[in-house]
Design a protein around this ligand. Structure first.
Ligand code: GDP
Ligand code: MG
Length: 724
């Protein structure tokens, strides 16, 4: 058949429009308005469920209309649900009108959301509009249409109001004149990655490809009806797919100790609650649930942001107060370990192995591990906020706030993930559909202060600030990061990444009491990453940095000079405290000279001029290079540099030494720079991969580093003028 002939044949074929909806939503009423008397009633083949099919005229076009059995969901628990599902999959109607009882919106949208998951060409008719108005409510249909991706219109079945308009829309959809992308429920950080893996796998199976997301969801649920269908369509690959899906399901169910179907339903209702919160406005007094009562306060236009800020403050305060004694314990433990290991050698020995273990491994890795308690506590608190449903509210609040400056709050969800680690957060931006939104979010994400920066803060804050200031300083750093991220995003969206932003539904999952189990699992998932990193990346970088601080060694002439000086002191000064002090001073100078002569000292001196306006000395400047490998290395590196320059056998904690060398203003400048400056190597690599081009990774790397330099220089210069 020629192309034109084919098109003509298609045009002749009568299009089918199906009506789907809950029982008593008014499907049959709408159907009767459209078909009048031109209808046939019978049973579906093989089952006694009523099948009503008729003819509808719209202007000069004729359509076949199909009234599906009424169902609350597409879960295949009843014959009606199975029939409705099979018709939608097998007969492939050209458009589906979801008849939604608008006076019972949340429950009715549940089916509509599943229709979107099935990927049918959808139109939503908000029927019983009169009942909705009688309740003193209204729905912003345009906004709902943006949020769901389906046309939304109001109908009153028994008076016929809006019905022909609704079917005109459906006719447009059926004839392909209204291409639309339906928005999907985001199943969250726990489920979504599993779902997407399954979806990818299913996309390689030709017979299932078209409805990959639907089949992924159903196999994840272990839906028997779907299993039968897949076994028929792909007899060879079905078993392996089911085994894979079962693995994913077991993992998810283990985390929450709840059947997967219930978890999926929760997320769908969260999606719906989000849609309703944004589109339904009430004028009358309605009965509201406890969750809605809480949301009235938590999501309040004026209170929402202060509550979010106060909660964050409370979390930091708690983290510091509880972690302080634990952290001191860890410090004591590692300095004891350092002393013990060091004591295996004779005093004054210059064994390389001893130096490697004490000054390299223990000072470096130990210096980072000291902060494990702080990190565990903070992650536990974040897991609690997430599992209770509050984090989703935080995103909702930020949504409003970010709308005000032309952005979207959905981007804030990966940003919240960024508090843990930037790398998974960047991968989390895959849920953003618009490439511009995605790139913008990826580029500013490193400004969300990740867990690896925490050791740096935990090192400096307690060293320089009295207890009552500690939480505020940390809070200030996090807020500075968020504010810079928002401003940076705004800048990008109005320059390099200009364009319309895509609307999203902000899910509002029900509040629930987090279980200790799921909180601990989530805490461990993150802390485990931190520990593995300490054992691998940070260990190897510490060894490299140690080597760079050891070689090249002082030339022999210098060694001899120091030895001669020593002999001179011993000869000229009588035995006693004065001689001790002189010798100690000399030893300190020797150690400093050796460090100065080493590769680290040279690199440090070479780059220090660039950092002088920021108030950094050569130690801090070199430590910044290590931080590029991983942010924690900054702490490891300071630990090594100070440990190498150390002379007395009794170790002083790193915090005490820093207190001698820097001012509180310098400490703030250092933390500020670490917050903003260059993302770590892993972030650069994942940005390159997710953004698809080196130029974005380079923009992020250099943009943030330059920004950090400017902000810190301004901060330090203004600060020292004001103080000095
Ligand atoms: P079905 O189960 O989805 O087929 O629902 P029906 O079409 O049988 O309708 C259920 C009831 O709702 C009937 O009594 C209808 O008259 C009534 N109904 C249908 N549409 C509307 C509407 O828009 N407003 C009001 N007030 N009643 C309606
Ligand atoms: Mg009916």
């Amino acid at each position: 058949m020629t192309k034109n002939g084919h098109e003509a044949a298609l045009a002749e074929k009568r299009r089918t429009i199906a009506l789907a909806g809950n029982p008593n939503s008014g499907k049959t009423t709408l159907y009767n308005v459209m078909t009048g008397t031109r209808q046939h009633v019978g049973n579906y083949p093989g089952v006694t469920v009523e099948r009503k099919e008729g003819e509808a005229r719209l202007g000069d076009r004729t359509f076949s209309l199909l009234d599906l059995p009424g169902t609350y969901s597409l879960s295949a628990r009843s014959e009606e649900e199975i029939v409705a599902r099979n018709v939608l999959i097998e007969e492939q109607p050209d458009a589906v009108v979801a008849v939604v009882d608008a006076s019972n919106l949340e429950r009715n949208l549940y089916l509509a959301v599943q229709l979107a998951e099935l990927g049918v060409p959808l139109v939503m008719a908000l029927n019983m509009w009169d009942m909705l108005e009688a309740k003193g409510l209204t729905v912003d249909r345009e906004r709902m249409s943006l949020l769901t991706g389906a046309p939304v219109t109001a109908t009153v079945g028994n008076t016929g109001r809006g019905v022909r308009e609704a079917f005109a829309l459906a006719a447009d959809v059926a004839e392909g004149r209204r291409p639309a992308t339906l928005r999907q429920v985001d199943y969250g950080n726990e489920i979504e990655p599993h779902l997407q893996q399954l979806q990818k796998r299913i996309e390689t199976m030709p017979a299932l490809r078209r409805r990959a997301r639907w089949f992924a969801l159903k196999t994840l649920e272990g839906d028997p009806e779907t299993h039968r269908r897949i076994e028929k369509l792909c007899p060879e690959t079905a078993a392996a797919l089911f085994a894979d899906a079962e693995g994913h399901r077991k993992h998810i169910e283990q985390v929450y100790q709840e059947p997967i179907a219930a978890q999926l339903a929760d997320r769908r209702y969260g999606f719906i609650a989000g849609i309703c919160a944004e589109t339904v406005s009430q004028t009358g007094i309605a009965r509201i649930s406890r969750s809605e009562q809480v949301d009235r306060i938590v999501l309040n236009r004026w209170l929402g942001l202060p509550i979010f800020a106060a909660l964050m403050y409370a979390v930091f305060h708690m983290t510091f107060t509880l972690a302080e004694p634990l952290m001191q314990g860890m410090e004591a433990l590692f300095s004891l370990l350092g002393d013990r290991v060091g004591a295996l050698w004779a005093p004054g020995s210059d064994s390389l192995l001893r130096s490697l273990l004490v000054d390299g491994v223990i000072a470096g890795v130990g210096g980072v591990l000291v902060f494990l308690p702080t990190i565990l506590l903070l992650f536990l608190a974040i897991a609690m906020l997430e599992d209770s449903g509050y984090m989703a509210r935080a995103a909702f609040i930020m949504d409003r706030f970010m709308h005000a400056i032309g952005l979207h709050g959905k981007s804030f969800i990966p940003m919240l993930l960024g508090f843990g680690c930037t790398v998974p957060a960047i991968m989390g931006t895959r849920t953003l559909e618009s490439r511009r939104d995605r790139l913008t979010t990826i580029l500013v994400l490193p400004l969300m202060s990740c867990g690896a920066r925490l050791p740096i803060y935990a090192l400096f804050i307690p060293a320089f600030f009295p207890e009552r200031w500690q939480a505020s300083v940390l809070w200030g750093l996090y807020v500075t990061g968020i504010v810079l991220a928002v401003l940076g995003a705004k800048l990008l969206r109005s320059t390099a990444l200009k364009g319309e932003s895509v609307p999203f539904v902000m899910e509002l999952p029900p509040y629930r009491l987090p279980t200790l189990r799921s909180m601990l699992i989530h805490m461990w998932e993150r802390a485990g990453y931190f520990l593995r990193k300490a054992g691998t990346l940070i260990l190897s970088v510490s060894v490299i940095l140690w080597a760079l601080s050891t070689w090249p060694r002082l030339p022999e002439t210098a060694e001899t000079a120091f030895a001669n000086e020593r002999a001179r002191i011993e000869a000229e000064t009588p035995d006693g405290p004065e001689r001790e002090a002189l010798l100690q001073e000399l030893e300190y100078m020797t150690a400093q000279a050796a460090l100065d002569y080493s590769a680290v000292g040279r690199i440090g001196r070479a780059i220090t001029p660039a950092f002088r306006p920021l108030g950094f000395d050569w130690r801090v400047s070199t430590a910044l290079i290590g931080a590029f490998a991983a942010k924690e290395v900054f702490v490891a590196q300071l630990g090594i540099v100070y440990s190498m320059g150390e002379t007395d056998e009794e170790s002083v904690t790193l915090r005490d030494r820093l207190k001698n060398d820097y001012s509180a203003l310098q400490a703030l400048a250092i933390m500020l720079f670490c917050l903003i400056s260059m993302p770590c190597i892993a972030t650069v690599a994942v940005t390159r991969r997710e953004a698809g081009a080196w130029k974005w990774a380079a923009l992020q790397l250099f943009g943030l580093t330059i920004l950090a330099w400017i902000v810190t220089a301004l901060f330090y210069q203004i600060g020292s003028r004001l103080l000095g």
